[in-house]
Design a protein around this ligand. Structure first.
Ligand code: ATP
Ligand code: AMO
Length: 434
């Protein structure tokens, strides 16, 4: 490895250090050149003085924005330098020169629209604020997985190429699989349930789901990072919500504790949802919207974006950034447990976090006969589900789970306007590259 330390590790007491990174900014003041070098951890200022180091001063005249350089130097405390320390160089080396001009400014805080940023994503990803999003995302999901590992959940991987869809046929991306038609997976739903039948008891998957939705919203994408969970021997859907609630609290707490720098850069004041998440029924949600806001969702069987936002405000004011909406009376789906005489009509729940749906889940139908009945009522093409129906017919414990949209979680935690800012290379109906 090339010898160097991170800019964040530079000790002002050290005799000499080596750092490497991109040239973030050059300020030429005549006999004095300030070179701001950027690495993954931050920025450091290197001061080249004509009088002090004439040869290096000469060499740095050719420096250009985004060149990759390595500098050896003596750390000096300095009130004016970013981070309070600067380097007096003893060696300067260019590892690679960058072309100019840059299609997108990295160091200057100029307002660029999201579409331009995404067109130039390779450069946009270099911005410290953009990098902070992905560093935060990494820490968030490491913590999330850590919670599930510690609780004894098995880390699984399910196929991304499938014969049919789990979530209904309209949103599938067709592909050619050798000489047959196949589809990109919408959800690991069938497989995680098969694993419950197989006795794996508790599983999680950090995976990818594809939805060919024709959207133009700030919360939908075509390729989704999905965190899926399934657990067996539950009493009911409340056991699943407990898992969702505790793991989310743990992951957010980890970000507050371990991603201070990222949160600062993003100017986010994140609070850990320590209080129990309220659990309201769908009917109670509709009542609240009507009485408090005079709002009626256009489709009376589902919450709309505005409804989620208004309810989010209602609960946020009472100290709850997250809450569950439980029991969608009209929503019947083959894998959802539908218990006659059940107080809440269906055992489906949605988690709303910061005014936006973050996950859906529930207790599943583990009685195959009842499931097949619902499939027949709904006109579900059973041919694509034979392997699933069969797997569940050989003894399946009561179980449930949920799917959490990771990109939406990062969007909310990092307080980003658009979900695409939370994805390195997002896909939408118009964007297939970069
Ligand atoms: P899920 O598919 O799990 O329900 P979702 O957040 O996409 O997740 P939907 O029920 O599809 O939830 O949509 C919830 C709300 O999001 C809708 O009521 C609508 O307000 C908004 N929405 C969804 N899709 C679109 C779209 N294509 N265009 C505009 N708004 C949309
Ligand atoms: P659902 O279809 O509700 O449930 O998806 C779960 C979560 O995934 C996210 N999500 C999306 N995010 C961005 N763009 C999209 N187009 C998009 N579609 C979904 C949302 C949503 O809450 N099998 C069930 C889960 C389960 O019951 O276990 C499922 O896929 O955050």
């Amino acid at each position: 490895m090339i010898e160097r330390i991170h800019t964040s590790e530079v000790d002002p007491e050290a005799d000499e250090v080596a750092i490497a990174g991109h040239v973030h900014e050059i300020r030429d003041l005549g006999g004095l050149v300030f070179l701001i070098v950027r690495d993954r951890e931050g920025l450091i200022q290197v001061v080249f003085k004509e009088e002090r180091e004439p040869e290096l001063f000469e060499a740095v005249q050719d420096a250009g924005s985004e060149d990759v350089v390595r500098v050896v130097g003596e750390p000096l405390e300095s009130d004016q330098a970013p981070g309070g320390v600067e380097l007096a160089p003893t060696a300067y080396e260019v590892l690679d020169e960058a072309d100019s001009p840059l299609p997108l400014e990295i160091s200057k805080d100029v307002d660029v629209d999201l579409s331009t940023r995404l067109d130039n994503r390779a450069l946009d990803l270099r911005k410290p604020e953009t990098l902070a999003v992905f560093s935060l995302r990494s820490k968030l999901m490491t913590a999330m997985e850590e919670w599930f590992d510690e609780e004894g959940f098995v880390d699984i991987k399910t196929p991304l190429i499938s014969k049919g869809g789990a979530e209904g046929g309209a949103e599938l991306f067709p592909i050619l699989y050798y000489d047959r038609d196949a589809f990109l997976s919408q959800s690991p739903q069938l497989y995680k349930q098969i694993l419950m039948a197989a006795g794996y008891e508790a599983v999680y998957e950090t995976g990818t789901a594809f939805r060919a939705e024709d959207f133009a919203t700030s919360r939908h994408v075509s390729e989704i990072a999905m965190f899926d969970v399934e657990l067996a021997y539950i009493d009911d859907h409340h056991d699943v919500m407990d898992v969702q609630e505790e793991s989310l609290r743990y992951a957010i707490r980890a970000v507050v504790e371990n991603a201070e720098r990222e949160l600062d850069l993003l100017d986010v004041d994140l609070t850990v949802p320590e209080e129990e998440f309220p659990r309201i029924t769908f009917d109670e949600a509709l009542d609240l919207l009507e009485t408090e806001f005079g709002h009626f969702p256009e489709d009376p069987t589902d919450l709309d974006t505005k409804g989620e936002k208004l309810l989010g405000e209602h609960f946020a004011e009472r100290g709850h950034p997250a809450f569950f909406v439980v029991g969608y009376p009209e929503e019947k789906f083959y894998y959802m447990q539908d218990v006659e005489g059940d107080e809440i009509a269906s055992r489906k729940f949605d988690l709303i976090y910061e005014g936006q749906e973050l996950s859906s889940g529930g207790q599943r139908e583990h009685d195959v006969d009842r499931m097949v009945e619902v499939m027949e009522e709904e006109g579900v093409e059973q041919a694509n589900f034979e392997f699933y129906i069969e797997a569940l017919s050989f003894g399946t414990p009561p179980h449930g789970g949920y799917g959490l949209g990771i990109d939406r979680l990062v969007q909310q935690v990092a307080d980003l306007e658009n979900i695409k800012e939370a994805i390195m290379f997002p896909r939408d109906p118009n964007r297939l590259e970069p």
